[in-house]
Each structure stands twice: as structure tokens, then as C-alpha cells.
Design a protein around this ligand. Structure first.
Ligand code: GAR
Length: 193
């Protein structure tokens, strides 16, 4: 990772698709003095994503691209990222898969958060599958993004214990709380500020 600057904050874009609670926690993190990042752009594939409200609240630029024609959306996106001098991308509940070419253009400076203890439970409906398999633990992972789904090098993980009467809703909530702490920690780890 070629990101450590030491004297200025790393210009970061956060990609979302829904609620944006990780986005909110990253914005809060970006505002603390010791934070190595600034959040300069919010990208969503979904114009109705609730998380887009944080663009207005925190006065951050936003861009919606529907990804129906992935090539076209990615091409536009790369130019927007370029214009905004974005150096790092955080995928925070972004439910689209980025192409190999797009990932290559960012030379590994893309981080993703996933609500499981990878390499277990890649993909969707994580919590339901975890409960169905009667796992004792689950958790969350921050990893670098490579061309394969949820498969890049792991940066940090946090384990959570599954309670007796756990439901997918209660588990998602429990893990989300940990995600909000884990993403900033993982950024600090890779950036070595
Ligand atoms: C989070 O739990 C995140 O880990 C997950 O979506 C949720 C988004 O919540 N991401 C994935 O499942 C990606 N494969 P948020 O919009 O409140 O941050």
C-alpha cells in the first residue's frame, strides 16, 4: 500500500448501497485529528440508499451510478474518482462486484468490509447461513479487494459469540456494531500513519 503521507489526509471515496451506518462511522473517524483519511466522495449504485443522506449532512460530494451497464458505470466512475483525486476506496455495504480492470486501476487501494469471518461465508445472506450451520462464532472482516469475491488479503477480523436465541437480525446488529470499530482500525493498520 503506497498510502502513508504523514502530512496530509488520504483522499477517500466510500461506496455504499443501503443504510450507510459504516459510512457514518467512517465519516466520524475521518474527522478526528489522528485520522489519516478525509472522505471526499460518496458513491452509490442505488439512488434510494439511505446512506446518501450523509452527503448532505456532512457536505460531502455524492455520485449515483446504477451499474446496469457495468462497463459504462465503471468508466464514468474512474473519471469521477480521478477528477476528485481519490486515492483510496472503502466499500461499505456496496453490493456490486467491481471488475478486474477497475480494481487494477486502484492498485490494491480498495478495502471492503464483510459481515463474516472470511474465508468462511463469502457472498450474500451470511447471517442466515451461519445460523443454519449452528456456528458458535461469527464476526466481521476488513480485507483488500482483489478480482475474486470477498477473497483479498485479510487486514483485520473481529469475532463475536453467537447467543442461544440469536436471529439473523440480532446477529446482523451485533456484528454491525463491531464493524463500525473494525473499519477505522483496519485503515490505521494499512496506512501506518
Ligand atoms: C454491513 O454489514 C456490511 O458488512 C455488509 O452490508 C452491511 C452494510 O451496512 N456488506 C456486505 O455484505 C458486502 N458483501 P451499512 O450500510 O449500514 O454500512
Amino acid at each position: 500500500m503506497v498510502l502513508s503521507t504523514g502530512y496530509r489526509k488520504i483522499r477517500t471515496a466510500v461506496f455504499i448501497s443501503g443504510t450507510g451506518s459504516n459510512l457514518k462511522s467512517l465519516i466520524k473517524f475521518s474527522k478526528v485529528k489522528k485520522s489519516p483519511i478525509s472522505i471526499d466522495l460518496i458513491v452509490s449504485n442505488n439512488s434510494k440508499a439511505n446512506g446518501l443522506k450523509y452527503a448532505k449532512i456532512y457536505k460531502i460530494k455524492k455520485k449515483v451510478l446504477n451499474f446496469k451497464k457495468k462497463n459504462l458505470s465503471e468508466k464514468k466512475l474512474l473519471s469521477i474518482l480521478n477528477i476528485n483525486n481519490i486515492e483510496m476506496i472503502c466499500l461499505a455495504g456496496f453490493m456490486k462486484i467491481l471488475s478486474k480492470n477497475f480494481i487494477k486501476r486502484f492498485k490494491g487501494n480498495i478495502l471492503n468490509i464483510h459481515p463474516s469471518l472470511l474465508p468462511k461465508y463469502k457472498g450474500l445472506n451470511t447471517h442466515e447461513r451461519v445460523l443454519k450451520n449452528k456456528e458458535k462464532y461469527s464476526g466481521c472482516t476488513v480485507h483488500f479487494v482483489n478480482a475474486k469475491l470477498d477473497s483479498g488479503k485479510i487486514i483485520l477480523q473481529k469475532k463475536v459469540k453467537i447467543s442461544k436465541n440469536e436471529t439473523s437480525v440480532s446477529l446482523a446488529k451485533k456484528i454491525l456494531n463491531q464493524e463500525h470499530k473494525l473499519f477505522p482500525k483496519a485503515i490505521l493498520k494499512v496506512v501506518n500513519f
